[in-house]
Design a protein around this ligand. Structure first.
Ligand code: MSP
Length: 473
C-alpha cells in the first residue's frame, strides 16, 4: 500500500460523562485533531477516520446522575452534548462522535462477549478487593498510597466482594507480551512500553468483566443479572465504531490510540487481550502522554482549579487555545500549566510572533503595491514538520514552525527591504510571500483557522494589510 491510499484511524479516549469536560480532555482531543488534519492533507479526507465520544455507563456516571436528581440517560444526554458543543467551539474535526449508550454498540458488545464466553475464555468466580469508583476498577497494591487511589485521593475506596464473570487475562497477557516483542503493535513513548512489559512480567491476574450491583450498563447476554464492566464496554467502542457507521470497516486496525498514562494499562494489555481472544488484528500505536497540573496542583473539583476550555476559547479563540495547550509542555511528559503563563505566551508567540509577521509582510506588500499574481500555491509540509509528526512529536513540529517564523522575522530585519529599489524589492517580496505560504500550509493541522486566514491574505492579487490576527492582550 502506498502512503496515499493507506488509511489512518485515530482515536481519543471516550470521556466519562460524570462531569463537564475540562482542559485535560481538551488536550488529548486537540492532539488527535492535529494528527487527523495532518493525515487528511497527506492521504486525502476519505482515508482518515477520527473518532471521539463519551463513555456513559457504570457506577461513576450513575452516581453523578443521582446527585443531580436526573435519570442516568437524561444526565448522560446533557453531558455528552456539552462535549459535542465544546468540540465545535474548539474546531475539532472529528468524523464520528461515539456514545456507548448507542443500541448498536450495546448489541456488538453482547455479541463480542458471547463469543468469548462460547470459546471458554470467561468463567464465574468470587472476587474481593478495593474498588475505586473514580477509576472504575479494583486497585492493585501499587495503585494504593496512604489507603487511597493514586489518581483519586479524595474518592473513598470501597471494599467489594462479588460473584463476577472473569476473563482469562493472564493467559492472553503472555500472547500480548509476544506481540509487543514482535513489534506488531507499539506502546509509546518507549519508557511506557518498558513499564507495561515489566508489569506483565511481574504477573497478571484475570480480570472481572461484569458487575452484579451496577444496573446502569449493558446486560450480559447469558446472565442478565450482571452488566458488562464499564471498561470492557468502553474499549470496544473503537471496534464498534468501524461496524456501526457506514464505510468505516476499511479503517480497522486503529493506527493511533491516544490517551494519558492513567489509562494506558487498559489500552496496552486488556484491550489487546480482548482482541487477540476473538482473533482480531491489533491496533498499531498506543500513545500515552503525560498528565499536567495547574500551578503545580492536580486539577480537582475540591481545589476548585478546574479550567473550563470554553473560558479559554472565549478569551483567546480556538486556535490560540490549541496553541497554548500544546506548546506549554512536552508531549509525552508530565507538565504544568497556568493561566498567567498562557497570557505571556499568547502575547509573545501569537500577537508578537505570527501575528506581527503577517502584518509586517502584508504591509510591505501593500505599501509597495506588490503584484502577487505569480505566487506558487503550497500544499505540503516542511521536512521538519513531517519528521516530528512521524515521531509522534506534534509539540516539536509546532516548535519547528515557530523557528521558521523567528528566522523569517530576523531575515526581514537583515534584508531591510524598505531600502531596496523596485526590481529587487519585487523579487524579495515574491520570496517573502512564498515563505509565508509555507508557514500557512505547515500551520494547517495545528491552527487551522489562522492557516486559512494567512493563505487568503497572501493569495490575493493585491495584498492588503489585515486587521491584527492575534490582538495583544
Ligand atoms: N472513560 C475512560 C476512557 C475510556 S477509553 C476506552 C476515561 N475517561 S476520562 O474522562 O477520565 O478521561 C481520561 C483521559 O482524559 C486521560 O487519559 C487523558 O486523555 C485526559 N486527561 C484528563 N485529565 C488530564 C490531565 N490533567 N492531563 C492530561 N490529560 C488529561 O478514563
Amino acid at each position: 500500500m502506498n502512503e496515499k491510499s493507506s488509511t489512518f484511524y485515530v482515536t481519543t479516549p471516550i470521556y466519562y460523562v460524570n462531569d463537564k469536560p475540562h482542559i485535560g480532555h481538551a488536550y488529548t482531543t486537540i492532539i488527535a485533531d492535529i494528527f487527523a488534519r495532518y493525515h487528511r492533507k497527506i492521504k486525502g479526507k476519505e482515508n482518515v477516520f477520527f473518532l471521539t465520544g463519551t463513555d456513559e455507563h457504570g457506577s461513576k456516571v450513575a452516581e453523578s446522575a443521582k446527585s443531580h436528581n436526573l435519570s442516568p440517560q437524561k444526565f448522560t444526554d446533557n453531558i455528552s452534548e456539552e462535549y459535542r458543543k465544546l468540540w465545535k467551539n474548539l474546531d475539532i474535526s472529528y468524523d464520528e462522535f461515539f456514545r456507548t449508550t448507542d443500541w448498536r454498540h450495546e448489541k456488538i458488545v453482547q455479541d463480542y462477549l458471547q463469543q468469548l464466553y462460547d470459546n471458554g475464555y470467561i468463567y464465574k468466580a468470587k472476587y474481593k478487593g478495593l474498588y475505586c469508583v473514580g477509576c472504575e476498577k479494583f486497585l492493585s497494591f501499587d495503585e494504593i498510597i496512604n489507603d487511597a487511589c493514586i489518581y483519586h485521593p479524595n474518592t473513598a475506596l470501597v471494599e467489594q466482594e462479588e460473584e463476577n464473570y472473569f476473563f482469562k487475562l493472564k493467559d492472553f497477557s503472555l500472547l500480548v507480551l509476544d506481540e509487543i516483542k514482535k513489534q506488531s503493535y507499539k506502546i509509546l513513548p518507549p519508557e511506557r512500553e518498558k513499564e507495561i512489559l515489566s508489569k506483565i512480567n511481574g504477573g497478571i491476574n484475570d480480570i472481572s468483566i461484569s458487575r452484579s450491583g451496577v444496573s446502569w450498563g449493558i446486560p450480559l447476554p447469558w446472565d442478565s443479572s450482571q452488566t458488562v464492566y464499564v471498561w470492557v464496554d468502553a474499549l470496544l467502542n473503537y471496534y464498534s465504531a468501524t461496524k456501526i457507521y457506514p464505510n468505516r470497516e476499511k479503517f480497522w486496525p486503529p493506527s493511533l490510540h491516544l490517551m494519558a498514562k492513567d489509562i494506558l494499562w487498559f489500552h496496552a494489555l486488556v484491550w489487546e487481550s480482548l482482541l487477540l481472544a476473538n482473533k482480531i488484528e491489533l491496533p498499531k500505536i498506543i500513545f500515552a502522554h503525560g498528565f499536567f497540573t495547574i500551578n503545580g496542583q492536580k486539577m480537582s473539583k475540591s481545589l476548585g482549579n478546574i479550567i473550563d476550555p470554553n473560558t479559554l476559547i472565549e478569551e483567546y479563540g480556538s486556535d490560540a487555545t490549541k496553541y497554548l495547550l500544546i506548546s506549554s509542555f512536552s508531549f509525552g511528559n508530565d507538565g504544568d500549566i497556568s493561566l498567567e503563563k498562557f497570557k505571556g505566551k499568547y502575547n509573545s508567540d501569537l500577537a508578537n510572533g505570527i501575528g506581527n509577521l503577517v502584518a509586517r509582510v502584508a504591509k510591505l506588500c501593500e505599501t509597495s503595491n506588490f503584484d502577487n499574481t505569480n505566487n506558487t500555491p503550497v500544499n505540503n509540509f516542511s521536512a521538519e514538520v513531517v519528521k516530528w509528526m512521524n515521531q509522534y512529536k506534534p509539540d516539536e513540529a509546532i516548535k519547528s514552525i515557530w523557528k521558521l517564523i523567528a528566522d523569517f522575522d530576523r531575515d526581514i530585519g537583515d534584508d531591510k527591504p524598505w531600502k531596496l529599489e523596485s526590481d529587487k524589492l519585487k523579487i524579495k517580496l515574491h520570496s517573502y510571500v512564498g515563505r509565508i505560504l509555507i508557514i500557512a500550509s505547515d500551520l494547517e493541522p495545528f491552527l487551522p483557522k489562522t492557516s486559512d486566514i494567512i493563505s487568503k491574505i497572501f493569495n490575493q492579487k493585491k495584498i492588503r494589510k489585515p486587521d491584527s490576527i492575534f490582538p495583544r492582550k
